[in-house]
Design a protein around this ligand. Structure first.
Ligand code: FAD
Length: 383
C-alpha cells in the first residue's frame, strides 16, 4: 500500500516536530518552508518537562541535555527588593515528579535538535505556500511562490501566528496586539566580568517584567526577555533591533542584578507581543493547522513551542495507519484531543500570573502527549 502523503507547511518548531512525529508514524512527509536557509535566532527557550517527554520519544533528550542548561529552579522575585514571591523548583525534584527534565536552551539548539530528527531530504527550503485547493477526491493541491506545484493526501499547516492557511480556511483576522513589547537577546556571560546571577529568575515589576536565565550547561551564555507597555510598536520581526539605552532606562528601578545584566548586554531585538483567542476550528477536510497557526499565545508561561511539540505527538498518534479517506476524521480527532488544553494555556498565559505566587503547575508539566487519551468522536457525537 502506498504511504499517505502529508505536506507540512513551515519548518519552525511545530513543523519540524510534526515531521519528526509523522515520519516515524509511517507517513510520507515533506516539509515546505518559505525561508531559504535556517538562521540561528538570538533567543532562549524554556523546554518544559511536558515538551521534553515528547522530545525523548524522538531520541533528542541526550542532545538537549548536552546543549541546554539544567536550572535549579524558575525563581520569581520582586523587581526591586529581590524578595522571593515563588521559587518553582526544577532540577532533579521536578524531573522525578514530572518524568522529564526542565531545560533552558538556545532556541537555535532546540531547532537544530528537531531538524536532526527529520531526514534532510524531506525538507524543501525556499517554498512559500501561496495557494491550495481541496480536490473532489479529497487530495489537496498546493502552489508555491517559486512556481512549483504538488498534490498530497493531507496538509498540516505549521505556518505560525500569521498563518496563510488559517486565513484561507477560516478568514483573515489579525492577531491581538497586546500593547506590549519584548526586548530579547542572548549574549556571552563573560561580559558580566565574573558577576554571578541566578539560574533563572523572573523579576516582577508593577507593569513590566524581565526573565533572565543561562542557556548553556557551562553558563557561558545568558538570555533575557522582557515585557513592557509600548502601544506604538507593533512589529514582530527577528530583524527589528531595540535601543539598549531605552531598555536600561525602562528597567532603571529594578534590582542591581537586573541592571548589571542590562549594562553588560551589547544589543537587543525588539518584538511586539501578540496572541489570539482560541479558534473555533483548526481543521477543514484534509487540512489542519498546528502550533502557533491555531493557538498563538503570549510567552508568559513559556509554553508556546511546548504546545506545538505536544500537538505533533498527538497528531502522529491520530494519523498513524490512516489513509487519505481517514485523514479528515484523524484531524478532527486531533483537534478534539488538543483544543481544551491549548485553549487553557492560551488564556492562562494571557493573564501573566503564571508562577507569580504559589502555583500548582502539575496540569502543565505532568501532561504526557504520548499517553493522553485520544478523543472518541463517535462517543462525543452520541453524548
Ligand atoms: P513558527 O515558529 O512561527 O514557525 C512558522 C514557520 O512557518 C516559519 O519557519 C515560517 O517561515 C514558515 N512559514 C510561514 N508562512 C509560510 C508559508 N506561506 N509557506 C511556507 N512556510 C511558511 N515557547 C516555549 O515553549 N518556551 C519559551 O520559553 C518561549 N518563549 C517565547 C518568548 C517570546 C518572546 C515569544 C514571542 C515566544 C516564545 N515561545 C516560547 C513561543 C514559541 O516561540 C512559539 O510558540 C513557537 O515558535 C511556535 O512554533 P510554530 O512552528 O508553530 O511557528
Amino acid at each position: 500500500m502506498e504511504k499517505t502523503s502529508v505536506a507540512v507547511i513551515g519548518a519552525g518548531m511545530g513543523g519540524l516536530a510534526a515531521a519528526a512525529g509523522l515520519s516515524r508514524a509511517g507517513l510520507n512527509v515533506t516539509v515546505y518552508e518559505q525561508a531559504t536557509k535556517f538562521t540561528r535566532l538570538g533567543a532562549g527557550i524554556q523546554i518544559g518537562c511536558n515538551a521534553m517527554k515528547v522530545l525523548r520519544g524522538w531520541g533528542l533528550e541526550p542532545m538537549l541535555r548536552r546543549e541546554a542548561f539544567y536550572p535549579r529552579s524558575w525563581n520569581n522575585k520582586e523587581y526591586d527588593t529581590g524578595d522571593i514571591r515563588f521559587d518553582m523548583i526544577f532540577g532533579p525534584v521536578a524531573e522525578e515528579k514530572y518524568g522529564a527534565p526542565y531545560l533552558l536552551g538556545h532556541r537555535g539548539d532546540l531547532h537544530a535538535a528537531l531538524a536532526s530528527a527529520v531526514p534532510p531530504e524531506l525538507i524543501r527550503l525556499g517554498h512559500k505556500l501561496t495557494g491550495f485547493e481541496q480536490l473532489a477526491d479529497q487530495r489537496v493541491s498546493l502552489r508555491f511562490a517559486n512556481g512549483e506545484n504538488t498534490i498530497v493526501d493531507a496538509v498540516v499547516a505549521a505556518d505560525g501566528v500569521h498563518s496563510f492557511v488559517k486565513d484561507e480556511l477560516f478568514g483573515q483576522q489579525k492577531p491581538n496586539f497586546t500593547g506590549r513589547i519584548a526586548y530579547r537577546t542572548v549574549f556571552p556571560a563573560a561580559l558580566l566580568n565574573g558577576y554571578e546571577i541566578d539560574d533563572c529568575t523572573k523579576w516582577w515589576g508593577p507593569d513590566r517584567h524581565i526573565v533572565i536565565y543561562y542557556v548553556k550547561p557551562d553558563r557561558s551564555e545568558i538570555y533575557f526577555v522582557t515585557s513592557q507597555p509600548d502601544a506604538g510598536f507593533a512589529v514582530e520581526s527577528w530583524s527589528a533591533m531595540g535601543d539598549v539605552g531605552e531598555l536600561r532606562q525602562a528597567f532603571a528601578g529594578f534590582h542591581p542584578q537586573v541592571r548589571h545584566v542590562l549594562e553588560a548586554c551589547p544589543a537587543v531585538h525588539k518584538w511586539a507581543l501578540v496572541d489570539r483567542d482560541p479558534l473555533s476550528r483548526w481543521c477543514d477536510g484534509n487540512v489542519t493547522l498546528l502550533g502557533d497557526a491555531c493557538h498563538p499565545m503570549t510567552p508568559y508561561m513559556a509554553q508556546g513551542a511546548a504546545m506545538a511539540i505536544e500537538d505533533a505527538a498527538v497528531l502522529s498518534r491520530c494519523l498513524k495507519g490512516v489513509d487519505r479517506d481517514g485523514a479528515a476524521h484523524a484531524f478532527r480527532r486531533f483537534e478534539a484531543t488538543r483544543k481544551e488544553r491549548t485553549s487553557r494555556v492560551q488564556l492562562s498565559s494571557r493573564t501573566n500570573t503564571w508562577l507569580k505566587g504559589p502555583t500548582d503547575p502539575d496540569w502543565v508539566y505532568s501532561y504526557d502527549a504520548w499517553e493522553a487519551p485520544l478523543a472518541d468522536l463517535e462517543q462525543a457525537k452520541s453524548a
